[in-house]
Design a binder for this molecule. Structure first.
Ligand code: ADP
Length: 313
């Protein structure tokens, strides 16, 4: 049995520019170890390189350098074994409109060489609550139903690893809860889960370990609880142009201390006193910010703070 579900070493990707367009460096040497049985979050802003990483694992994008192993199988040396051990739920809802969910799962199972007596079409449709739509044309399914169908499709060959690329993009709260319940159930049954997101909240709610990737590099990778603790220990200092005699009411909820007539200090936490919330309160108080600093000017934390608030993302 393998110890690590996924091992990525020095992974690089350069997308060649078409005609005169410049090349695009998407991954600059990524190292990631995803232990078997984990619920792993790949967190980063748009354009960070999350999908590129996932697509290399899925065999949809060719890497430029480095290596990736899935369940111990190198994606280039043992592509079939590697692919057999991973199911990927893509970001886009691409469908053949004239297939029904049942047909789609059967075709996919056929592509993976799953013998008919081992297929679990009914069970999978039931698990994603689409049994009543089994024979409806996929063009008649709602966005949420399509996404659930994609999860079922990624699971037809019963892979030990399930990767979800931005699974809740455009999904309402109720459906999100349902999706997560199913993903948690799969995880409880032993499936290693990897998901990409640009929301800290989402990664925080689900994942035991979070890697942050930005500009094609891993900025940090650690247990979720350690990461959150680190954020909560931050202090942010804001200087404003206006001279103040007290704390403006708009800022009171965040309990800043006045360090001087123009300077506040805030104790950040990842739930309420986030960078985004503080900045909007300062702006609501109609103050002009002249300087912002943290006790450790750590860009990754600022990034985390910003991504922790969905309305600010
Ligand atoms: P993320 O999933 O984190 O949003 P991506 O992996 O999609 O990031 O993109 C990483 C970078 O690579 C971005 O700058 C993006 O514009 C670029 N990129 C992604 N796909 C292509 C492509 N097919 N051709 C050229 N550049 C691409």
């Amino acid at each position: 049995m393998v110890e690590n579900a996924i091992e990525i070493r020095g992974l690089e990707k350069i997308y060649k520019g078409l005609k005169d367009a410049p090349d695009k460096v998407a991954l600059k040497g990524i190292d990631l170890t995803i232990p078997r049985g984990s619920m792993f979050g790949l967190l980063g802003p748009n354009g960070a390189g999350k999908s590129t990483t996932i697509n290399i694992l899925a065999g949809l994008v060719n890497k430029t350098a480095g290596s990736a192993k899935i369940w111990g199988f190198d994606t280039v040396e043992k592509p079939r074994n590697a692919r057999a051990n991973i199911g990927v739920v893509p970001q886009e809802l691409l469908f053949d409109a004239f297939f029904t969910p049942r047909e789609m799962l059967e075709v996919q199972a056929g592509m993976y060489g799953v013998p008919e007596h081992e297929r679990r079409t009914e069970e999978l449709l039931d698990a994603v609550q689409l049994l009543d739509k089994a024979d409806a044309y996929s063009r008649t399914l709602s966005g949420g139903m399509k996404r659930r169908l994609l999860i079922a499709k990624a699971m037809v060959h019963n892979p030990p690893i399930l990767v979800l690329d931005e699974p809740t993009a455009g999904v309402d709260i109720e459906l999100r809860q349902m999706l997560w319940a199913y993903v948690r159930e799969l995880h409880a049954r032993g499936t290693t889960i990897v998901l990409t997101t640009h929301y800290l909240e989402e990664a925080e709610e689900l994942c035991d370990t979070i890697a942050i990737i930005n500009h094609g590099e891993v900025v940090c990778c650690e247990p979720t609880s350690d990461l959150l603790k680190r954020i909560d220990e931050k202090e942010m200092i804001i200087e404003v142009a206006e001279a103040l005699s007290g704390i403006p009411p708009e800022l009171a909820a965040y309990q800043p201390t006045l360090k001087g007539p123009n300077t506040f200090a805030f104790h950040l936490n990842h739930k309420t006193t986030t960078v985004a919330n503080v900045l909007s309160a300062v702006s609501a108080a109609q103050l002009t910010i002249t300087d912002i600093s943290t006790n450790e000017t750590d860009l990754e934390d600022i990034f985390l703070q910003l991504t922790s608030n969905k309305s600010a993302a």
